[in-house]
Write a protein that binds this ligand. Structure first.
Ligand SMILES: [Zn+2]
Length: 188
């Protein structure tokens, strides 16, 4: 995917020392790409939406299924909030290393703070925050670049035409959804 200034400008951090609020950087090979501040902003927007979906699902009756494109071109009844929660977990599991996924699970899904995570994982505070930044940047890029439809822009996910992301072999979507639902039960 080619990143343009229109993709990044609104997401860039104005005070960013690397891109100065433009959101684009030139890498060591002379190619232009998104600044890490943009990738982190994308991740945080998706994560906020994930949390919103999890909370909403817990507190609202589930009575409004939508007709969405399913496998093999069929239309199936589904709920996009549920899909978003499942895709968020599924895509993250697939793109993170085992170590990164442990941090992702404890910190983002279960809401553990840095003290708990560092104790549980036997790493120091610096390494923990480095890993969190790396995870946010990695997933921010994946959520935006994922083919055929990414988790970002969120409006396109919820209102555009898209196909569900196929789960990896023997990774049940239900399991990922349950992981997501445990988030606020633990932190509430
Ligand atoms: Zn930046």
């Amino acid at each position: 995917m080619e990143w343009s200034r229109s993709d990044t400008l609104a997401l860039a951090r104005q005070s960013c020392a690397h891109c100065h609020g433009l959101g684009l950087r030139i890498n060591s090979r002379g190619q232009s790409g998104p600044c890490n501040c943009v990738l982190r902003a994308i991740f945080r927007a998706c994560y906020a939406r994930f949390r919103y979906c999890v909370t909403k699902e817990k507190h609202m009756s589930r009575t409004s299924p939508e007709l969405i494109p399913g496998r093999e071109g069929k239309l199936v009844w589904g709920r996009k909030d549920e899909e978003y929660v499942a895709d968020f977990c599924l895509v993250s599991r697939r793109h993170l290393t085992d170590f990164e996924y442990k941090i992702f699970k404890y910190h983002f899904l279960l809401g553990a703070d840095w003290k708990l995570c560092t104790r549980k994982l036997g790493i120091d505070r610096g390494n923990f925050f480095h890993a969190v930044y790396r995870i946010e940047q990695k997933l921010g890029r994946v959520f935006r670049e994922l083919e055929p439809y990414g988790l970002f822009p969120i409006d396109e996910y919820f209102h555009g035409q898209r196909k569900p992301i196929q789960p990896a072999a023997r990774t049940p979507q239900q399991e990922n959804r349950r992981t997501g639902l445990r988030l606020l039960e633990r932190t509430a």
